[in-house]
Ligand binder design. Structure first.
Ligand code: NAD
Length: 503
């Protein structure tokens, strides 16, 4: 990857298996967050570019849909092998554009690969059901068929994993796909699409259009786009859901999060502190499943805050590509400055800035770095509690009882992930029963479901009915058809104008 604009790249779309430039003449900058340098320009699709891409995907649909399940599974197997062989290359591209460490980029690839593995089982996943003799001589059966052209719109924070959440199942089900990756991290999607083509995917079945709101709005309005999968922030998720459903599309739009970790007085303090550090500062807090708020119940608060404080100086902050770095920069300068602003407001609103990451940031680095911060004594009504921060900040709220902590979580507008730390099985079970969130960890701080379950939050963390990937992903990318069939003995045929009966 070039490090300076003098060597800048122009990143293209991939339409019908070929690199394509935009007709719009509009481009956007791509940054290396670790150096603070612009490293490329990315083409921004025009309405015409999107129309052309959707037309290509539509033309590819009949043949792809007719492709046997065994062949689709075979392509997925090959795709899995190629991603596996290219892990280093993919991880480097992810780290360069997103800023996360190489180890973290490899981690997201591993979780993305799980989704390819799931899609390899597509022949079994698409099995329908069959009822013989529903009426005399009549059989009833259900099929699942693909929708047509479907679109995926993805965020910056998982440049490979989130596209893989969507496109693996969509393609395996027989749909053709238009992917609009985040303009901040455009390259990983192109690499994945290239590998899919090497695996044998026919041209036009998977297309990548780069761009911004212009491309998104056209996808939301285009009559030939049958469904939209979105992952990103809550205001945009809501907009995508409202706009695309108004246009008659099936939509799953996953939004932002404010994940709470409830730590009961009986929890193992050292283990809880390790988990909080890993889940709060991994990827510099830029994971939708990152722990953002620690709800410390009763007497656990002081020792827990002390244990977290003790660990923070040991976190190795540095460029993602540098060996040994544990936490990279934030994705953009604006985001770094926004998080710094939230830290300033925390102090002025009465919280305690137990560790201030702005000191580290100011130190020496050129990129968009911010050190890990710990805000204690936070409360609803403060910006650091109310907003999704999406940076390396852990916020501690002190609660007197389990009930008080639970109320806080359930009253939060987000409901993506949550976790409880305790040694009491009964308390954990009660939490699982009570809590209003889509993904729950019991002594597991980042409970991202494995690929054969489905991923999704509640409340403002998901708009739509079906969660992403896994069994619900298969449901989302197919529609069901029920056939009632009679192959009578010709000798029994007669006219009967009564309503069909089954008994
Ligand atoms: P974002 O909402 O800014 O962007 C997501 C996508 O929407 C991008 O492709 C972007 O180009 C497009 N977009 C942005 N503004 C738009 C507009 N006005 N109109 C139409 N399209 C627009 O999100 P981001 O900053 O890339 O990602 C971070 C956010 O994503 C966080 O809020 C995080 O919690 C969330 N996220 C959620 C999950 C989840 O599973 N719930 C997973 C990852 C990230």
């Amino acid at each position: 990857m070039p490090q300076s604009l003098s060597q800048a790249l122009l990143i293209n779309h991939l339409i019908g298996g070929e690199a394509a430039q935009t007709a719009s003449g509009r481009t956007g900058p791509v940054w290396n967050p670790a150096t603070g340098q612009q490293i490329a320009e990315v083409n921004f699709a025009s309405v015409e570019d999107v129309d052309h891409t959707v037309a290509v995907a539509k033309a590819a649909f009949p043949a792809w849909r007719a492709t046997s399940l065994s062949r689709r599974a075979e392509i997925m197997f090959k795709f899995r092998g190629l991603i596996d062989e290219n892990r280093d290359r993919l991880a480097e591209v992810i780290s360069t554009e997103n800023g996360k460490t190489l180890a973290d980029a490899r981690g997201e690839l591993a979780r993305g690969l799980e989704n390819v593995e799931f899609a390899c089982g597509i022949p079994a996943l698409l099995k329908g059901s069959y009822s013989e003799q529903s009426s005399t001589g009549v059989d009833v059966y259900q099929l699942r068929q693909p929708l047509g052209v479907v679109a995926g719109i993805t965020p910056f924070n998982f440049p490979a994993m989130v596209p893989l959440w969507m496109l693996t199942n969509a393609l395996a089900c027989g749909n053709t796909f238009v992917l609009k990756p985040s303009e901040k991290v455009p390259s990983a999607s192109l690499l994945l699409a290239d590998l899919a083509h090497q695996a044998g995917l026919p041209n036009g079945v998977l297309n990548v259009v780069q761009g911004d709101r212009v491309a998104v709005d056209r996808l939301l309005a285009h009559p030939d786009v049958k469904a939209v999968s979105f992952v990103g922030s809550t205001p945009i998720a809501r907009y995508i859901y409202e706009t695309a459903t108004r246009n008659g599309k099936r939509v799953q739009a996953l939004g932002g999060a404010k994940n709470h970790m409830l730590v009961l007085p009986d929890a193992d303090v050292e283990a809880a502190a390790d988990a909080a550090i890993s889940a709060g500062y991994g990827a510099a807090g830029q994971r939708c499943m990152a722990i953002s708020v620690i709800v410390a119940v009763g007497a656990v608060a002081d020792p827990l805050v002390a244990a977290i404080r003790k660990r923070i100086p040991k976190i190795k902050i540095g460029p993602g590509l540098e060996a040994g770095s544990e936490m990279g920069p934030l994705v953009t300068r604006e985001q770094r400055d926004r998080v710094a602003g939230i830290l300033a407001s925390a102090e002025s609103e009465g919280a305690t800035l137990a560790v201030d990451g702005r000191d580290e940031a100011a130190a020496s680095r050129e990129g968009f770095f911010l050190g890990a911060s710990l805000v204690d004594n936070a409360a609803p009504g403060m910006r650091c509690y109310d907003e999704e921060i999406f940076g390396p900040v852990l916020t501690v709220v002190r609660a007197k009882t389990y009930a008080e902590g639970l109320k806080l979580i359930n009253e939060n507008p987000y409901g993506n992930g949550t976790a409880i730390f305790t040694q009491n099985g009964g308390a954990a079970r009660q939490f699982q029963f009570d809590v209003e969130a889509g993904m729950v960890g019991i002594n597991v701080p980042i409970p991202v479901p494995v690929s054969y379950y489905s991923f999704g939050g509640w409340k403002s963390s998901l708009f739509g009915d079906l969660h992403m990937y896994g069994p619900e992903g298969i449901q989302f990318y197919t529609r069901s058809k029920v056939v009632t069939s009679r192959w009578p003995d010709p000798g029994t045929s007669k006219v009967d104008l009564g309503f069909p009966q089954v008994r």
